[in-house]
Design a protein around this ligand. Sequence first.
Ligand code: 5AD
Length: 432
Amino acid sequence: MCYAIPGRVETIEDRYVTVDYFGEKKRAINELDGLKIGDYIYAQGGFVIQSLPEPEAKSILAVWKETFFELQEMDLRLSRLDTESKGVDAKTLRILDKAAEGRELKPEELYHLITLETPYERELLYKTANFLRRKYLGNSCCVHGIIEFSSFCKRNCHYCGISTNHTGLKRYRMTDDEILDAVREAVEVHGFQALVLQSGEDPEFSAPKLAELIREIKRRHHCLIFISVGEIGIDGLKELYDAGARGILLRFETSDPELYAKLHPGSLLETRLEHLRKAFEIGYLIVTGGLIGLPGQTPRDILNDILLAKELHAEMFSFGPFVPHPDTPLAGNNTPDVELILGTLAAARIADPENAKILVTTAFETVDPGAREKGLMAGANSVMLNVTPERFRECYEIYPNRAHSHEGIPEQIETTLSLLRGLGRAPTDLGV
Ligand code: 5AD
């Protein structure tokens, strides 16, 4: 399966190319040598990943052509804004109308949306978010893969099952060969073009070691690499970018400095934000966000989390529920309401209607098996599949009973594609 549609290069200006996809034009950054107008390429996250021979591109496009328009048609049908506004109060309608026009909402207006209580109003909120997703970003849905390569972690985050304080956990650290093999399988066998390499903060994986691994991956494969290894240090960020990483997944977890300090003993929110700001300056695509439903968190905090993610230039918003782990200090707490999770995704879409990729997280799927469909119909347009070899997954227990942890890669791909097809979405990332 292919997680991108080939496009044809129409113009080249310095590092930027315009790419045509069945008449739609997108821009991407090119880092390939010798690319020419008329070449066919795959792009991911706004980067040209590889070029492919014209006959191969044309045969893939021939298969896609009909489906491409059919899916768009279905998406259009499913994302129309229902004008029926039974049971929705005048203030809510005014705010949602303003949002549907693509106008920027004031923080207070977004707050009003996050705290809506009646089912009619919430439904209209989700529909508006879905309408905006289609209006600005079409029916593309990113499908990235994630490889969790080490569960060792030196930090002691109060919510996290792989915290260093969880001494009973059986830990693993994949060898370089195991990681390279997992990448090979994801890219060569299953067609992933964007991969997240995630681990706890494992001192064994120093920046130079990770850099060498990334360089080797880039030597062997064409794919977009996101790192998700916690706070690797500013020099580390540069080193990994130079080695070929182009994205970073690093949540700030909460925008409230006091709550952050309470949950992360010995760490400061400011240090994390500094990492995220530097990563953006270096040129990384930023994936960030927070946990929804942390003890002590208020709806106002969630609003601030969304605004902070936007301020940090998130190209992808990663917001998922807190799921209590029995062997952590937060064991006795509850998961948040599904409506609060959906409201957060929808509000994030409304806060950044034109650009954001919004992820439906595995944690959300863990608390609600219908999460993907619900999220994708409430403004989200991105999913991540777990492509870690199955034998390791059980030990990467950030929270219990993670969705899909017993599913092989082909099975996950099949269920994802069939869900996307049913919603009129294409498993593609065409860039911007
Ligand atoms: N519930 C949900 N998400 C969690 N994470 C860590 N522990 C939990 C939990 N109990 C998330 C954090 C971290 C990511 C890798 O996993 O947000 O950034």
